[in-house]
Structures are given as structure tokens and as C-alpha cells.
Unconditional design. Sequence first.
Length: 95
Amino acid sequence: MEKGNETLTLFDLEMMFNQAKVMDANYIGVKIRMQGFDKPETIINPNENFDEKLVYYKKAYNEDLTLKAFNGIEIVGFEYGNSFQEIQDCLMDNK
């Protein structure tokens, strides 16, 4: 799921984490856009880190998925999957 015409929220991110856990997905990928960089980056988290990573995101990010400490960093997409390739296919911007 990526920001486009729809607005992604912290609630959406939490729901995706919950769904990934139910589906026993191997990975969650989070696409981050940072001020000053031409392209976003994708962070991939293994299943074993899902719970702790969600706690981090809920503490560190606002409801609109901007970083609390610096609004020049925002989450612009996220997806779960069972391989890095699945995450890449969904989140990587090849433009």
C-alpha cells in the first residue's frame, strides 16, 4: 500500500502489521521518503521484529506517518510478504 490519492495513517500501518502477523508473513517492508534525497528507501523487517517495530513506529511517528522529531521524513508505503522480492515488487520505485 502506498500513498497516492489516498492518505495513509498510523492506523493503516498498525492494521497491516496485524494482518501480516495473522498471515504469518516473513517480512514487512516500509517505504520512507526523506527530505533531501531523490528516491525513497525501503526498510525490511523480519517477522521476529514485528511487535517491537510496531511499538517503535507508534512512538516515533504522527498519525499522518511523518516522523515526530522531523517532518521531512515520512512513511509513504508499506507491505508484507514472504520474500524480499514480494516487498520489492510492491514498494520499489523504478522510475
